[in-house]
Design a protein around this ligand. Structure first.
Ligand code: PGA
Length: 262
């Protein structure tokens, strides 16, 4: 195994503070019992209103991050949140460029790049989401779309900042209730393509160190197969991880399948 595995969940616009606190306490206890050591890193992205409580209750057992942030430090940006505000909450990572942000809130590659650079300056780990739409796939430009997203998102990232980058490959057509299940060989193929793009941007030994997660309708039944057959560095889960016990079970199913737990 090249990297340790990462298992993350984005709660999107779900859970009030009390539900968030219950989730954090359960997940902390479950992870404690699983005795994961360094082989696995888990992270949770609550809504802004619950980041503080989840971080407090995480007991250091999992990372806590934000689902988005603005690229400016402060100013007239109604409804936005800055890296300095998130730093006060002690976040470990920040998700940038999720497919729902790109589609519903018209985020562009260049604003995502600004956010990546700001988040690196703030000391965070940017979790950069890339992925093609169904139309891209049908027009056979999925690779071009992802390459463009990658090249622009990581423009001007320095070599020493590279080790903090985490990528999530989430094809938009696989996300959500209507999402289709991706084939592990398709995911693996895309992963090889990303590696080529990254090697062109950065030195091969450096780009090989960037973890790439898969996300999009991952569930307890197919998680282990998706992870092991695709050779990705972890999974990024939405609906199937909205329950803390279900999330812990999903992680455990992967470890069992990999022979990392008995
Ligand atoms: P989903 O969401 O697992 O509910 O499809 C995935 C995501 O948007 O990260």
């Amino acid at each position: 195994m090249k990297h340790r595995w990462l298992f993350g969940t984005n709660w999107k616009m779900n859970k009030n503070a009390q539900e968030a606190a219950e989730y954090a306490s359960i997940l902390r206890e479950k992870l404690l019992c699983m005795n994961l050591a360094d082989a696995v890193q888990v992270f949770v992205l609550p809504p802004y209103t619950s980041i503080g409580i989840v971080k407090q209750l995480s007991g250091g057992r999992f990372w806590v991050g934000a689902q988005n942030m603005h690229w400016e430090e402060c100013g007239p940006y109604t409804g936005e949140i800055s890296s300095a505000m998130l730093a006060e909450l002690g976040i470990d990572l920040v998700q940038l460029g999720h497919a729902e942000r790109r589609e519903m809130f018209h985020e562009t590659d260049s604003t995502i790049n600004k956010k990546v650079l700001t988040s690196l300056r703030a000391g965070f780990r940017p979790l950069v989401c890339i992925g093609e739409t169904m139309a891209d796939r049908e027009f056979k430009v999925a690779r071009d779309t992802c390459a463009r997203q990658l090249r622009i998102a990581l423009k001007d990232v320095s070599v020493h900042e590279l080790e903090r980058i985490i990528l999530a490959y989430e094809p938009a057509w696989a996300i959500g209730v209507q999402g289709l299940t991706a084939d592990p060989s398709y995911i693996q193929d895309m992963r090889f393509h990303f590696q080529t793009v990254l090697e062109d941007m950065f030195a091969a030994d450096l780009s090989g160190r960037i973890p790439i997660l898969y996300g999009g309708s991952v569930n307890a039944e197919d998680a282990a197969e998706l992870l092991l057959s695709s050779g990705m560095d972890g999974l990024f889960v939405g609906r199937a991880a909205l329950d803390a016990t279900a999330f812990a079970d999903l992680i455990q199913s992967c470890l069992l399948a990999a022979g990392m737990q008995s």
